[in-house]
Design a protein around this ligand. Structure first.
Ligand code: F0G
Length: 470
């Protein structure tokens, strides 16, 4: 399976593809469905791909979260679980792995990313505070709001333009941060929330230059700089490929340097770190750590397991080490690029440049005849499932929720359907099948009529909302 760019491949004399740095030892059969079965499954699911049974799904691109394949070494590690309530040896292995590869001093395990988001938000935020961030992420922003903060998007404008070719569309606009400081005062900003890569912008990276400048700005104003490290390994690959001076620097070194400009990080280990469940929270400040360590026992579990089994922490420690290998990251992002370049060749509208973990179909350009209030991205996710049993995820107006003050829909500029690629799970042939199904939906785009939301939960509505076709 080539992760090689289609474009560079043609330019070379002898063709020299490269392939995944692993081979397959165990397989999981996939179920194929008929169109009639999919019609009834989708109706039962209220046209929401989150509500489908995975047994009714053929290729599952809902998310790259917890869906990766573990290595034989990780599975072997599962047998080394020390299931002691306190002081499990696997915790110390996890602590050492985070310290070595991310560079932070104090580490707490959590059941997954949002467990860590909850702890850091409750600990650092006071009601009435303001948190700037490089575009929102659903659970991250909600925890900040539940802790009493108002979130402010300070990402560069290019991030909201699906066609801007800016190489680091995850960068923070320092002018926007300065304006917020001038407006509300630095003392009302407990931390800047920086994500690398930026999920909702299309998996777009933050540059090393930007995080360095942010460090200086935060220092000048006494503001903490906290990192969402969920896909930071993928971010490091983009720095290696695009930023001057890093072409020969290993991913692991880039990761360590980037993290060194931040005061701490929360992590959904279900992504980069190659495990099916888990997360962690890491900070350098001892006093802050003591508070977090106290809170973790209330919500997650004792500070040496934080909601995880010993075996989970062992698999995670091994996954961290595997995740920073250059060959691994290149083939992971290479597979996403392979899918994206096929779609580009067929003029299917996607977010550019191609990001790290997913291809984001641009539903606005896909269905130009559908108003945003008709949920074009959700409509596209439903159409794709009906065509082939491929499951994708809405990342548009349904995901954006409602404005906490006015109660109206948030209407994000980006109205996207995400084809999220799990790590080490699918082959290049699967990517071909996905691209062909997207193309079939694109050819039939004029028939799409949109959806109406008929049930809306209060929090994170996209997970459980129900729709009906118009
Ligand atoms: N931060 C980012 C950037 C994420 O993408 C996610 C999860 C989280 C935090 C929360 O972590 O799920 O372990 O509690 N993203 C998943 C997704 C759900 O599909 O993009 P979690």
């Amino acid at each position: 399976m080539s992760g090689q760019s289609l474009h560079t491949m043609g330019q070379q004399h002898g063709r020299r593809s490269w392939a995944e740095p692993w081979k397959i030892k165990m397989v999981e059969p996939l179920k194929m469905t008929t169109r009639e079965e999919r019609v009834s499954a989708l109706e039962e699911a209220g046209y929401n791909t989150f509500l489908l049974r995975s047994d009714d799904v053929y290729i599952d691109l809902l998310t790259d979260s917890g869906t990766s394949a573990m290595s034989d070494r990780q599975w072997a590690g599962m047998m080394l679980g020390d299931e002691a309530y306190a002081g499990s040896r696997n915790f110390y292995r996890l602590e050492a792995a985070v310290q070595r590869f991310y560079g932070y001093r104090h580490i707490l395990p959590t059941h997954q990313g949002r467990g860590a988001e909850h702890l850091i938000s409750q600990t650092l935020i006071t009601t009435g505070d303001h948190v700037p961030g490089n575009m929102y992420f659903t659970t991250t922003r909600l925890h900040q709001e539940l802790a009493g903060a108002t979130f402010h998007d300070v990402i560069i404008d290019e991030a909201h333009d699906p066609l801007s070719q800016h190489p680091f569309k995850g960068d923070v606009d320092l002018v926007k941060v300065q304006q917020l400081i001038d407006e509300v005062g630095a003392e009302r900003i407990p931390y800047l929330s920086l994500a690398g890569t930026v999920n909702m912008a299309g998996g777009q990276p933050v540059s090393m230059a930007n995080v360095r400048e942010l460090r200086a700005l935060c220092d000048a104003n006494g503001i903490r700089l906290m990192l969402d490290a969920t896909r930071m390994v993928e971010n490091a690959l983009f720095i290696q490929e695009r930023e001057e001076g890093y072409a020969h620097t290993p991913i692991a070194e880039i990761l360590l340097e980037f993290c060194s400009y931040t005061d701490g990080a929360w992590m959904s280990a279900k992504k980069d770190n190659l495990v099916n469940i888990g997360g962690w929270l890491a900070v350098n400040d001892r006093e802050l750590f003591d508070e977090l360590r106290n809170l973790v026992v209330v919500y997650e579990g004792l500070h040496t397991y934080g909601g995880l089994a010993g075996r989970d922490m062992e698999a995670l420690a091994i996954g961290i080490e595997e995740s920073v290998s250059d060959e691994h990251v290149r083939s992971r992002v290479g597979q996403v690029r392979y899918l994206g370049e096929l779609l580009q060749e067929w003029d299917v509208p996607i977010v550019e440049p191609i990001g790290g973990h997913a291809i984001f179909l641009d539903a606005r350009r896909f269905y130009p005849h559908l108003e945003q209030d008709l949920f074009p991205a959700q409509t596209l996710a439903a159409a794709l499932y009906l065509d082939s049993g491929i499951r994708s995820m809405e990342r548009g107006i349904a995901s954006a929720g409602r404005n906490a003050q006015t109660g109206d829909h948030n209407r994000p500029k980006l109205e996207l359907t995400r084809l999220t690629v799990p790590r080490r799970v699918y082959t290049q042939a699967h990517m071909d099948v996905v691209a062909e199904s997207v193309k079939a939906c694109f050819d039939a785009r004029a028939e799409a009529r949109g959806l109406e939301m008929v049930y809306e939960p209060r929090y994170l509505r996209f997970f459980q909302a129900r729709f009906s076709p118009l």
